[in-house]
Design a protein around this ligand. Structure first.
Ligand code: PEP
Ligand code: MG
Length: 757
């Protein structure tokens, strides 16, 4: 018995000439069925292709020729329709015994007992079926099936080139890929969106399947494997990918597959059978997919996604198409699909067309989510098996309010969604109407509602929302979106534009907070690479102080941009007072430099620190006299208080911001700076959520800096609150915490007609 490789090779060698010949597509198909039938010693070999939604017999050896272009089957009808419908192989000793068998008298097939068929797949969809039949009732050998599957791949190329099928009507991977599907996950950014699914890492369509030079194809795969392994090693070393938890598991699995001899051997064998490198990778992947589909094990399914990822990566490497979907650009309103994303990767997309994001992973305070929130893009995270359920180009309705999404919705669902969309826009109009309204509580306390920003495009939101100013300008975003370190002049220009746009409203610039999940590819630092725990490592002010040049340039840029006005600057991740002193000294030094050169200076400089590291809370009496303001970064603070990585999706829902530990901690911070002339702001994501904002106000916070879209809803909330009552309630809960603080607060609020949605 010859091997599968040899069987496929024999057929492909003969097919090579057929494909290269100048005859028309029908003649080619007629020859193809002869070649395959002959090689597999099969009395019948037929090709069915999808035309006008039906599978039509296009060529046959062994069945009645009169049936060609006459016999037609619907998807799901008969054995051929079942193969296309399931995009899966059938191998039967007795065809008539199969429940889906449907007899077609015009074909004269009654004398044939055994039957085997494989789908012809194009862009992951069945566009036809290739089948063989025997008089003898016997199942086909595995090698024969494998040979058929390889040939089906080549046929898909022939068919596409000859324009023989309508791909639009093609059938998807499995029945579950065709109907409506509801995905559920964790809402990371609220909101509604609709658009077509775009994979961040697109699948590469295979254009050429038959190799001209097998040796050259083999070399291409070797090189691609080397490159891919290098990439994975680099990823493992990069802070951005992080370590620990799920990400580490993924990386380990990547490594395991990348070095798996079996995988590379199977790809090599497929090349031996005559396929190109791309087709060989896809062929092996198809086979794995088919095998895995028979195993119902969620753990294995997860690993399968890893292998899909890697196979896709290998395909992109081998074909030199390494870019993400952002490189090719979005052509219509899109919902981005990815396992996970870095903030810089998200920023590469065209904001006008990017309507939503769905992730398999993700957590509330990961920077990519903060960026999406700032962009007003709803995000659904933690969707299991996402990439197996959605296909590129599927219509998606993303319901970030319900934590769900609908794939391939029916027209009725689209209509209902549109109606909700319209209602939500109306609500937005209500918030927009609050633009010029002062956020004052029922008992008259003015709360400062500031917004967080980081991109040039965020700044117009100041006017749209009527925020009191920018309470946190994340200057590192400019660094994240640049291919190289932004020159000082570019920084100055941006800061000046921001200040101009803000006019009389304050802008608090935070010096660069890089490292952690905000790695800059162009700023590699040997001592920080491959850190075990980047969030607690070489980041923020620590990098700033060590890289004097970086901080000096930024200090000068800020001082110059703020000439003649007030500069508010704050330092991230201050852990001990001396770090604040050192950072301030960099600014003062630059100020002196400008003064000596008689340059125009800022009218005033207000220095502030971020409280993100719990240790700083113990020494506020030392730091506070030096500060103009203190900004509590609850995203980092809570990850350190709970020792829970903010980017780890497994911990995304584990600890509540409304836990007594966090609230008591914050209360203590507020108390510690009382009596000093220090403004206290909360600028973490927590402040943008209704219940959390209530708790913060209740414990004494009067300044909240939040994501722009939350400004309107927060103003509305503030105007419904009696602060005296709220403070008394929160005070009581802090002394003796209720079993569920969230529930207690929600009940308090709803009892007062405060909408929590
Ligand atoms: C924080 O940590 O809460 C914060 C506002 O800073 P960032 O989210 O940028 O780390
Ligand atoms: Mg932070």
């Amino acid at each position: 018995m010859q091997t599968a490789v040899a069987a496929a090779r024999t057929i492909l060698t003969s097919l090579h000439d057929v494909m290269a010949s100048r005859s028309n597509a029908q003649t080619k198909l007629n020859t193809v069925v002869e070649v395959i039938g002959e090689s597999l010693n099969s009395e019948v070999c037929s090709i069915y292709l999808l035309r006008e939604g039906m599978l039509e017999l296009f060529a046959t050896r062994g069945l009645a020729q009169e049936a060609v272009h006459v016999t037609r089957m619907a998807i799901g009808e008969g054995l051929v329709g079942t193969i296309a419908g399931n995009v899966d192989t059938l191998n039967l000793a007795e065809a008539t015994a199969h429940p889906d068998f449907s007899y077609r008298p015009e074909t004269g097939e009654e004398k044939f007992h055994s039957f085997a068929g494989v789908p012809i797949v194009r862009r992951e969809r069945a566009v036809g079926v290739l089948c063989v039949q025997h008089v003898d009732p016997r199942r086909y050998e595995e090698v024969e099936i494998e040979a058929l599957q390889t040939v089906a791949m080549v046929l898909s190329e022939l068919i596409a080139n000859a324009d023989l099928v309508d791909e639009d009507g093609a059938w998807g991977l499995s029945p579950s890929h065709t109907g409506v599907e509801r995905l559920s996950g964790l809402t990371l950014v609220k909101g509604l969106a609709s658009g077509v699914a775009v994979f961040h890492q697109p699948r590469i369509p295979i254009e050429h399947t038959m190799a001209d030079d097998t040796e050259a194809e083999r070399q291409r795969v070797y090189l691609a494997f080397d490159k891919m392994r290098e990439q994975i090693e680099r990823m493992a070393a990069q802070a951005e990918f992080g370590v620990g938890g799920e990400q580490e598991e993924v990386l380990e699995t990547y490594k395991m597959f990348a070095y798996d001899e079996g995988w590379s051997r199977r790809i090599n064998e497929a090349i031996d059978s005559g396929l190109t490198a791309e087709a060989a990778i896809e062929r092996v992947q198809q086979r794995t997919r088919m095998r895995m589909r028979q195993i119902d094990d969620p753990l294995l399914a997860d690993r399968m996604h890893d292998l899909e990822d890697l196979s896709n990566r290998l395909l992109r490497t081998v074909s030199g198409q390494l870019g993400t979907a952002a490189t090719t650009g979005l052509r219509q309103d899109a919902i981005l699909i990815a396992r996970n994303l870095g903030p810089a990767e998200l920023l590469e997309y065209d904001k006008r067309r990017l309507k939503g994001v769905i992730l398999e992973e993700g957590s509330l305070t990961a920077h990519v989510v903060i960026v999406a929130r700032a962009m007003g893009v709803p995000v659904l995270g933690r969707v299991r098996g996402l990439r197996g359920l959605v296909r590129e180009g599927d219509l998606l309705l993303l319901d970030g309010d319900e934590g769900a999404a609908t794939v391939r919705p029916t027209p009725a669902l689209v209509e209902a969604f549109e109606a909700r969309f319209a209602r939500s826009r109306e609500k937005q109009l209500v918030y927009a109407a609050l633009r010029d309204v002062e956020p004052r509580t029922l008992d008259g306390t003015r709360i400062n509602v500031l917004m967080n920003a980081g991109l040039r495009d965020d700044v117009p939101m100041l006017n749209l929302t009527g925020a009191d100013g920018i309470g946190l300008y994340r200057t590192e975003f400019q660094f994240l979106v640049s291919a190289t370190l932004p020159a000082r002049e570019r920084q100055t220009r941006l800061y000046r534009e921001v200040l101009d746009a803000a006019g009389s409203r304050p802008v608090v610039f935070r010096t660069v907070d890089i490292g952690g999940d905000k790695a800059l590819p162009y700023l590699r630092h040997d001592d920080g690479d491959g850190e075990e725990n980047p969030a607690m490592g070489w980041r923020a002010l620590r990098v700033g102080l060590a890289r004097g040049g970086l901080m000096k340039a930024q200090a000068r840029a800020l001082l110059e941009a703020a000439a003649g006005r007030t500069l508010n600057v704050m330092f991230p991740m201050v852990s001990e007072p001396w770090e604040f002193d050192a950072a301030k000294a960099v600014f003062e030094h630059q100020l002196e430099y400008l003064r000596k050169r008689k340059r125009m200076l800022p009218e005033a400089i207000r220095y502030g620190a971020m409280l993100e590291v719990p240790a700083l809370a113990e020494v506020l009496d030392i730091l506070a006299p030096k500060l103009s303001f203190l900004s509590i970064g609850t995203n980092d603070l809570t990850q350190f208080l709970f020792a829970a990585d903010r980017a780890n999706p497994k911990l995304a829902e584990r600890y509540d911001w409304l836990s007594p530990s966090i609230l008591r901690f914050l209360r203590r911070v507020v108390k510690s700076v009382e009596g000093y002339n220090v403004d206290v702001t909360v600028c973490g994501e927590m402040g943008g959520r209704r219940l959390e904002a209530l708790a913060l106000m209740g414990l004494g916070i009067r300044r909240l800096s939040i994501t722009p879209v939350a400004v309107g809803p927060l103003k509305e909330l503030i105007r419904k609150v009696h602060l005296g009552e709220l403070s008394a309630a929160v005070e009581g809960w802090l002394i003796s915490p209720p079993p569920d603080m969230r529930a207690a607060l929600a009940e308090w609020a709803s009892g007062r007609g405060i909408d929590l949605d």
